[in-house]
Design a binder for this molecule. Structure first.
Ligand code: 16G
Ligand code: ZN
Length: 580
C-alpha cells in the first residue's frame, strides 16, 4: 500500500507553474530555469523509486545538474541500473508523470506503474508491497541544487525507497556509483567500488598501471611540455573532484610509483568565477577560444597542456597555446582518433589480422569531416554516424562494436568494451602467460587489460577521459602539438535560427540530411555542390552543411564546413536564409 495521502500532499505543494504548458524530456533529461523545477523534481523522486521497483530492486540514480548551462538553470539526468541513460520507454512514463495535471492524475499513474512493477516481480513483492527500491542522488554546485535535491529525496522516501545521497558529485561519478551498485551487471574484471574513494582508487590504479607499461621497451616518455596539466574546471564540480583525485597521486609517489606522473594544476574552482561563463568545455569548444582563468593561482601558468571540463564534468576538451601565442583546440573528434588508434594498435600487437575484436567509432553529424576521413583512411576503423545526444551514440557503440569508441565533437564520450573483448583478453592471457614482459604482445595485453577500469563505461567522464588521454600521450611520447598535427580540422561554422515552429524541420536518422521540407534539402545540396566547385579542393573532405531542430532549445541549428572559413561561413549563412 502506497502512502497516497503523503504523496498527494507533496505533489499538491509543488504545482505546475502556469508558464509551463508541457515539461519535455530533452536529449539529456529535464532542463529548465531552477524556479520551474520543484514540480518535476517531486514527481521524479517518486518516479525513480518506481523505476527501481520495476527492475526488481536494482538501484537507479538521479543527478541534479544543468551541465554547461548558465547558473540560473538546473535540471535532472536519470541513470538506469546499468549506469547509462534511462530506458527510452521509461522516458515517456517520466514525461507523463511530470505533466500529470494534478495529484489525482499523478496518483493514478503512480498506481499503474507500481502495479506494473509488482506484476513483473511477483517473487519480490510481499503483502502487496513493492519490491525493494534504491535511489542514488547526486548534485552539482549550483546554489539551488541542495533544496531541489532535498525535494527529490523526500519524494523517493515517501514512496518507501532507500535513498543514498552522494551530495556534490560529478554526473559521471553518479553514473559510476549506480553502475557499481548493481554489481551483477559489472564485468568481472572491474572491481566493484560504489563510493567516491573507490571511484578515485580504480581510476588512479589503472592509470598508474597503464603508465608502468611504458617503462619496458615500448614508449613511455613525458615531455617537458606535458609535465604539468592545467585543468579548467568551469567553476564547477569537476575542479573540486580533480583536487581530491590528485591526492592519490601523492600516495602513489610515496609508494615509489613515480613513472611519468604529471602535476595536475586545477584552476576555475566553484565560487572563483561564474559557472561555465567564458570558461569550461562548452565555451572553449563552441567559441574556439581559450578559457578565462579566474583563479589567483593561474597567474603565470603554462598554457602548453590544458583541458577544460564542463559544469558537471562529463565533457572534456584539450587545448594549448603555441610558441607564437596561437590557440589550438583538440576536441572530442581528436580524442576519438587518439583513443581508437591507440586501442587498435595495441590489439593488433596480439591479433595482427584484427579479426577477433570488432572496433569502431561512433560520431555525430557534427564530427569534423577531416576526422571522419582520418578514421577511415589512416586508422582504418569502422565509422558510424549516429543522432546527436549521448543516449544515441552510446547505444550505437554498444550495438555495433566489441570495442566501441564514441565521442561527440563537444567532448562527451567514452569507450565501451563488450563480451568479446573480455573473452579476447582472457584467451590472450592464457596464451601469453610466461612470455617475457618486454615482449610487445605481453605489453599490449597489460595495456588493454586495464582500460575497462580506467574508462568510465557508463557515460562520458571528463576526469577518466583526461587520464586516458594523458596516459596515451605519455606512451606515445607525444605532446598536444604532435597530436594536433594528425590532421587539420576543416574550417566550420555553427549557428542557430529561432523559428516559430522548429518541428517543421525533420531529418533522417543521423541528422545528416533534412527530410522535410523537401525543398530545403534540395537547396542545401545545391549550395554544397556549388561550394565544392568553387573551392575545387582535391582529395579532401567535401563541403558539408546540415540543419536540425535542437533537442535542448527552441531553435534550429546549422552546421557548415568547407575548405576555407569564408566558404564555411557563407554556406552557413545560405542555410540560415533557407530556414527563415
Ligand atoms: C545534450 C547532450 C549532448 C548534445 C546536446 C545537443 C547528453 C548528456 N547531452 O546536451 O550530448 O550534444 O544535447 O544539444 O546527451 P542540441 O540538440 O540543442 O543541439
Ligand atoms: Zn555536462
Amino acid at each position: 500500500p502506497l502512502a497516497d495521502a503523503e504523496l498527494a500532499a507533496l505533489i499538491d505543494a509543488h504545482p505546475k507553474p502556469s508558464s509551463i504548458s508541457e515539461y519535455s524530456y530533452g536529449t539529456a533529461g529535464f532542463r529548465y530555469e531552477a524556479g520551474l523545477l520543484p514540480c518535476v523534481f517531486v514527481r521524479m523522486g517518486i518516479f525513480t523509486a518506481l523505476r527501481s521497483a520495476s527492475l526488481g530492486g536494482e538501484e537507479v540514480g538521479a543527478m541534479i545538474t544543468a551541465s554547461h548551462n548558465a547558473e540560473p538553470d538546473n535540471g535532472m539526468k536519470l541513470a538506469d541500473s546499468h549506469g547509462g541513460m534511462l530506458d527510452a520507454a521509461w522516458e515517456e512514463h517520466a514525461v507523463s508523470l511530470a505533466n500529470a495535471p494534478d495529484s489525482k492524475h499523478a496518483l493514478a499513474l503512480i498506481h499503474t506503474l507500481s502495479d506494473y512493477a509488482k506484476g513483473n516481480h511477483p517473487d519480490a513483492t510481499a503483502d502487496g508491497r513493492l519490491p525493494k527500491m534504491v535511489v542514488h542522488i547526486g548534485r552539482d554546485t549550483r546554489s539551488h541544487s541542495p533544496p531541489l535535491a532535498a525535494l527529490v529525496i523526500r519524494a523517493a522516501r515517501a514512496m518507501g525507497a532507500t535513498v543514498i545521497d552522494h551530495g556534490e558529485v560529478s554526473t559521471p561519478m553518479l553514473h559510476h556509483f549506480v553502475m557499481h551498485a548493481n554489481g551483477h551487471l559489472l564485468p568481472s574484471s572491474i572491481p566493484q567500488r560504489c563510493n567516491e574513494s573507490g571511484y578515485y582508487e580504480i581510476m588512479a590504479m589503472s592509470y598508474a598501471a597503464l603508465l608502468r607499461t611504458g617503462t619496458v621497451g615500448s614508449g613511455g616518455k613525458r615531455l617537458p611540455t606535458t609535465s604539468t596539466l592545467v585543468i579548467d574546471g568551469a567553476c564547477g564540480i569537476g575542479a573540486s573532484k580533480v583536487d581530491k583525485f590528485q591526492r592519490i597521486f601523492a600516495k602513489l609517489r610515496a609508494e615509489g610509483c613515480t613513472t611519468g606522473l604529471p602535476v595536475l594544476h586545477t584552476v576555475n574552482f566553484p565560487g572563483e568565477g561564474p559557472l561555465n561563463e567564458e570558461c569550461g568545455a562548452e565555451f572553449v569548444q563552441k567559441q574556439q577560444l581559450p578559457p578565462k582563468l579566474y583563479s589567483k593561482s593561474a597567474a603565470g601558468v603554462s598554457k602548453e597542456y590544458m583541458t577544460s571540463f564542463d559544469g558537471d564534468a562529463d565533457r572534456v576538451v584539450f587545448h594549448f597555446e603555441d610558441k607564437s601565442g596561437k590557440f589550438h583546440l583538440l576536441d572530442g573528434d581528436k580524442i576519438a582518433v587518439l583513443v581508437s588508434s591507440f586501442i587498435q594498435d595495441e590489439l593488433r600487437c596480439i591479433d595482427p589480422d584484427g579479426k577477433a575484436v570488432k572496433c569502431g567509432v561512433v560520431q555525430t553529424a557534427y564530427a569534423n569531416g577531416s576526422s571522419t576521413l582520418y578514421l577511415k583512411n589512416v586508422v582504418k576503423t569502422n565509422v558510424i554516424i549516429a543522432k546527436t545526444g549521448v543516449k544515441f551514440v552510446h547505444a550505437a557503440a554498444h550495438h555495433h562494436f566489441d570495442v566501441g569508441v564514441y565521442f561527440e565533437a563537444n567532448g562527451h564520450g567514452t569507450v565501451l568494451f563488450g563480451p568479446k573483448f573480455y573473452d579476447f583478453i582472457a584467451s590472450a592471457d592464457a596464451r601469453l602467460r610466461g612470455t617475457p614482459r618486454h615482449n610487445r604482445a605481453n605489453i599490449a595485453l597489460r595495456r588493454l587489460r586495464v582500460l575497462p577500469a580506467l574508462v568510465n563505461q557508463s557515460v562520458g567522464d571528463a576526469m577518466s577521459d583526461m587520464m586516458l588521454v594523458d596516459a596515451i600521450l605519455f606512451l606515445r611520447g607525444w605532446d598536444l602539438s604532435t597530436w594536433a598535427r594528425l590532421y587539420s580540422d576543416m574550417p566550420s561554422k555553427q549557428a542557430k535560427v529561432k523559428v516559430a515552429d522548429r518541428t517543421v524541420i525533420t531529418t533522417n536518422d543521423n541528422e545528416t540530411a533534412a527530410t522535410a521540407p523537401v525543398a530545403l534539402q534540395i537547396a542545401l545540396q545545391a549550395a554544397m555542390d556549388a561550394m565544392a566547385t568553387q573551392e575545387n579542393a582535391d582529395g579532401g573532405p567535401k563541403p558539408r552543411c546540415f540543419v536540425r531542430p535542437s533537442g535542448t532549445e527552441d531553435a534550429v541549428r546549422v552546421y557548415a564546413e568547407a575548405n576555407t572559413q569564408k566558404g564555411a561561413d557563407s554556406l552557413a549563412s545560405e542555410a540560415m536564409v533557407l530556414i527563415h
